[in-house]
Each structure stands twice: as structure tokens, then as C-alpha cells.
Design a protein around this ligand. Structure first.
Ligand SMILES: NC(=O)c1ccc[n+]([C@@H]2O[C@H](COP(=O)([O-])OP(=O)(O)OC[C@H]3O[C@@H](n4cnc5c(N)ncnc54)[C@H](O)[C@@H]3O)[C@@H](O)[C@H]2O)c1
Length: 396
């Protein structure tokens, strides 16, 4: 099939490579010219997709990146994989989805299967995509992406995929497309069910992470190890699922998607109290970390050299979106510390470069990448670990 994928970020490029691997002819459309040039010269920006893999698809003509709007015309399938962030006032921002819709409206002249993979609230496919496209009768399906960047066990092929469509024909064609590169496709009765399932999955994570973050504070105040308690609880073979405490949540999903659910809940008059409280707990976690760091460093960090280790939001990936490292660093600076950060995967961020690990007064481990040496972290006089991966260190 001829496939166009709108957006070549984490999700779009992952699907592009999956589809190209199945022998489809894939056009990866993106508004970012620099990214498109980079992709066309076989440089991947995503962990898990190698330059060699990209080069192979480019040279056998199964993949091309493009900024040309006309590249989306004449395809059998168009996949929308654009950002769905929050506005300044923390409300759903569908402007990228609407821009993709406009692109389709202006350029696609023949009936096509249009699939939305961008995460959004139930009703998005029907009201924000299909209802805005006139003139050509397309097929519409929703298949929310579940990619977990950096996860080597679960990828596009073996992660079951949900599909809900506006018509049986849309579902059937979407199934045919996804089954060409995914092992399991699960059909649900409507796009709204698929959309809601995706945001509920991430809300489940957000709420449980907030719960263990709060529990870690309770355990510390009780003078016991929260992590040991959680490990002990996890020996129960049923009815318990282990989540780990940390410095807060980051990335494009967990801090964002639940707010999409809270938004529609509010529209229909149901208070989403768990989401609101979980956001509060997770957003307050950097302040708790800094409070513990100050206590552990003898009551003050004023004038002390502090290195924050790992500024991406999760281990072994370079994504800094919504990372709690931002607040940890800012709060440490407000407390008078001289803060540098070390993250070989990120390299440069917020106009600063990654510092070498050396003998700092304090090291605060926010994210622990495999390539970062524990021995180097331990060169600092006091280590505070938010990840549970530095043996013997104080932390959460
Ligand atoms: N990153 C994840 O782990 C993940 C997992 C599951 C679902 N999602 C969801 O998938 C969607 C995409 O997320 P992502 O992480 O791939 O984002 P991303 O920021 O990595 O990539 C989005 C890409 O879309 C491009 N873009 C923006 N507007 C565009 C337009 N009008 N036309 C063409 N391209 C455009 C951007 O330049 C960017 O390259 C979001 O809804 C997100 O919530 C993300």
C-alpha cells in the first residue's frame, strides 16, 4: 500500500519503519524541514530505530521523508501522528491535529483511510477530524499508539493494537493495514472506546505513580524504606502491581494525557478527582526531592556544587519533554546551589551543556541511563538517588 504518515516524531517514525518493513511504500510528512533532511540522509532521531535501518528503507525506496503537502495525496492510508500537548492553561491543544486535518482537506482528492494515532479524548476522530473534512468521503479509524520509547521487550510488532472505526469498512481496512506489521489487532465497537482506552491506560499509570510517590514520603517519615515495602508487597502473586516512586513524571504522555480525560469529564459534568490529585502529587515531587536533598546535605545547599544526573524523563532515552529535572534544577538554584547537570544522551538542553561527572558536593540522580557509571556518580560527597539504582545511596 501507499501510506502517508503525518508527523515523523517518536510515533510517526516508528509506524513509518514498521510499515516500510512490511513492504509498503511510506511517505513520512513533517513540517520540520531540518528533521526531514536528517531522515532523508539516514539519521534517525529515535532510540530503537537505527540509521542503518533507515538507510535500507531509503535505498529500497520504501521510505521517503517529505515536507511536500502533496505527498499525502493518492495514498491508500494516511496516519496522523502529531503532538497533542496542553495549552498554557493546561487544556487540550488540538491545533496540530487541526493542522493535519487542514492538510488532508486541502490536498487529498481521492477517498482514503484516515487513521488517527495521536492521543486525544474520546470524540476526537468523529468531531475534530472527520467532521472537519468535506468534499471527499474518506474512511476513518482510530488506533491510539502505545509505543514505549526505549522498551526493548514491547514494540510495534508485539504490542496489541486497538482499532475503532466510524464504519465497518474503515475497521476492516485499518485491520488489514496494521496486521501487515502488528501481531495482534483488537477491534472495539467505536473510535471513542479506543480513544478512551488509551487515555485511561495512561491515567492508570499517572494515578498509581502519584500513589507510590505519596507512599514513599509516608514510608520515609515512618523511618522505613518505601522501596523495600513495595518490593515486599509485590511478592503477592495477585491483586497488586508494582509502581516505583521517582522525582515526578515526564514525557509527552503521563503528565499530559490524563488532563485530556479530565477535560471531557468536566464537559459531561463528572469531576475527575483522582486525575487532579495525582497531577498535584506528581508536580510537587521535585520540591519533595529538593527538600530531602537539602536535609541530606546538612541543612543547606547554598554555595555547594550540585550535579543533577540524568535530565531526560526516563532511562536510556534523550527525551526531555516535561522532565521533572527542570523543576529539580530550578529549585536547587533557588536554594543557592551551583547546579550543573550530566546527561550524555541529551548533550545540550536549555542553553546549557552536559557537564563531566567529577567531585561535586552533591549528586542528585533524577534519571539513571545505563551508560552513566555508578562509580562516577559516587565521586560526589553526597548522593541522593530518585531511581533506586545506586546501591547504598540516600534517596526515594
Ligand atoms: N512519545 C510517546 O511515547 C507516545 C506514545 C504513545 C502515543 N503518543 C502520542 O502520539 C502523538 C505524537 O507524539 P510524538 O511523541 O510522536 O510527538 P513528537 O513531538 O515526537 O513528533 C511529532 C512530529 O509531528 C510534527 N508535526 C507537528 N505538526 C505537524 C503538522 N501539522 N504536519 C506534519 N507534522 C507535524 C512535528 O514536527 C514532530 O516531528 C501524540 O498525540 C502523543 O501523545 C506518544
Amino acid at each position: 500500500m501507499r501510506i502517508a504518515i503525518i508527523g515523523q516524531g517518536y510515533v510517526g517514525l516508528t509506524i513509518a519503519v514498521g510499515a516500510a518493513g512490511a513492504g509498503h511504500k511510506v511517505f513520512g510528512f513533517d513540517v520540520n524541514k531540518e528533521l526531514v533532511n536528517q531522515l532523508n540522509s539516514a539519521t534517525s532521531h529515535i532510540e530503537g530505530i537505527s540509521d542503518a535501518e533507515l538507510k535500507n528503507f531509503l535505498s529500497n525506496n520504501t521510505y521517503t521523508a517529505s515536507t511536500e503537502a502533496s505527498s499525502v495525496n493518492g495514498c491508500e492510508v494516511i496516519v496522523i501522528a502529531v503532538p497533542t500537548p496542553l495549552t498554557e492553561s493546561r487544556e487540550p491543544d488540538l491545533s496540530f491535529v487541526h493542522a493535519a486535518v487542514e492538510l488532508i482537506q486541502n490536498n487529498v482528492k481521492t477517498p482514503t483511510l484516515i487513521i488517527n494515532e495521536s492521543t486525544s479524548y474520546p470524540g476526537t476522530l468523529r468531531k475534530e477530524i472527520a467532521a472537519r473534512i468535506t468534499g471527499v468521503t474518506h474512511l476513518y479509524a482510530s488506533s491510539p499508539e502505545r509505543v514505549d520509547p526505549g522498551n526493548t521487550q514491547w514494540g510495534t510488532k508485539n504490542t496489541p493494537r486497538l482499532i475503532g472505526g466510524l464504519t465497518p469498512e474503515a475497521v476492516s481496512k485499518a485491520k488489514e493495514f496494521y496486521l501487515s506489521f502488528c501481531d495482534t489487532v483488537i477491534e472495539v465497537s467505536s473510535p471513542e472506546v479506543a480513544e478512551a482506552a488509551k487515555i485511561f491506560e495512561n491515567t492508570f499509570r499517572q494515578v498509581n505513580i502519584a500513589l507510590v510517590n505519596e507512599f514513599a514520603q509516608i514510608a520515609d517519615a515512618l523511618g522505613i524504606s518505601g522501596r523495600e515495602v513495595l518490593d515486599a508487597a509485590a511478592t503477592k502473586p495477585y491483586g497488586f502491581m508494582e509502581f516505583n516512586p521517582g522525582p515526578g513524571v515526564g514525557g509527552h504522555c503521563i503528565p499530559v494525557d490524563p488532563t485530556y480525560l479530565a477535560y471531557v469529564a468536566n464537559e459531561v459534568g463528572v469531576p475527575a478527582t483522582f486525575i487532579k490529585r495525582a497531577n498535584e502529587v506528581n508536580l510537587a515531587q521535585p520540591a519533595y526531592v529538593v527538600k530531602r536533598v537539602i536535609a541530606g546535605a546538612g541543612g543547606s545547599v547554598r554555595g555547594k556544587s550540585v550535579v543533577v544526573v540524568g535530565v531526560s524523563y526516563k532511562a536510556n532515552i534523550a527525551d526531555t519533554r516535561e522532565t521533572p529535572a527542570t523543576s529539580v534544577i530550578d529549585l536547587l538554584r533557588e536554594a543557592g546551589a551551583a547546579v550543573s547537570w550530566h546527561d550524555p544522551l541529551v548533550g545540550s538542553w536549555r542553553g546549557e551543556n552536559s557537564a563531566d561527572l567529577g567531585t561535586f558536593d552533591v549528586a542528585v540522580v533524577v534519571t539513571k541511563h545505563d551508560v552513566v557509571s555508578v562509580t562516577d556518580i559516587k565521586k560526589s560527597s553526597f548522593v541522593f538517588d530518585c531511581t533506586g539504582s545506586i546501591p547504598g545511596a540516600d534517596g526515594i
